[in-house]
Design a protein around this ligand. Sequence first.
Ligand code: NAP
Length: 303
Amino acid sequence: MSELYDLAILGAGPAGISAAIYAARARLNTLWIERKFAQGGQIVDTYEVDNYPGLPGINGMDLGEKMAAHAEKLGLTPLRENVVSVEDEDGIKVIRTKKNEYRARAVILAFGAAHRTLGIPGEEALSGMGVSYCATCDGAFFRDRTVAVIGGGNVAAEDAILLSRTCKKVYVIHRRDQMRADQILQEKLFACENVEMIWDTVPVSIEGEEMVSGIKLQNKKTGEEKVLSLDGVFIAVGIVPNTELFGDLVKLDESGYIVAGEDCVTSTPGIFAAGDIRTKQLRQVITAAADGANAVISAEKIL
Ligand code: NAP
């Protein structure tokens, strides 16, 4: 029979790393698993994080590395494995990866969320051929080119600001007539001279044979359709929680998020949910890090 850990932490974004820091300080016998090499979750793809106290304007990758180094200093680094199932077997949590099987008395689910797709013709076929979900990763390929960013949230605004520094022209295509991005980001965005907003408009299809050549748009108010010539399309239409493995384990809400409050307690005893994966008002680095701490405190109560 394999070793029985006190706690398993699944994921190494800000929530998972923060949980690891608190678990190490609580001297819990902890198993920590992350499938990706880079730690930091979604912030790794973020050019600049400007609202984490004490570290204004820090690059997302740098912030992830700093957080991971903190956990490592306390003796915890994640195993690089791909979790394929988590089950509750008479109160013992069994975590299976592609290679191994582990057992723990409590589990913190901190798998975060991933980008949402539009589901329109051309999107999948041209992914990596001009369609991107990460301006920080792919923006440099579009120097002096014309691109569009789809979306009206913080990520869309940040992506468009970043791309405006190197691209010739950046269109921001949004389905409503106002953005939901933070006011400070909107001010920065509207001050970019080579950014043009296209309001009340949805993408219908992404055009191109081998590479993106344009995007077909429809104005929602007039119904009018037109094709805009482009070299790249950056899709920033929100996130979906990485909960596909957990539907039978814990209660999910109608959008797929794990139902849990600030104490991170889920519908299943001994299973806790931290960060973007759970129901919450605000999904940011600071709230994810707070969840990691709260989840460990809640787990300690049942250990
Ligand atoms: P978001 O805030 O959910 O915004 C998604 C945007 O995409 C919305 O403007 C939405 O339109 C639009 N959209 C959704 N589905 C669409 C569709 N099918 N077609 C066209 N447009 C669609 O997502 P996000 O910007 O990716 O941010 C994700 C989370 O990370 C948020 O909680 C955000 O606050 C957080 N974040 C924070 C920061 C920061 O604090 N600096 C930075 C990055 C991310 P509607 O507005 O009409 O709904």
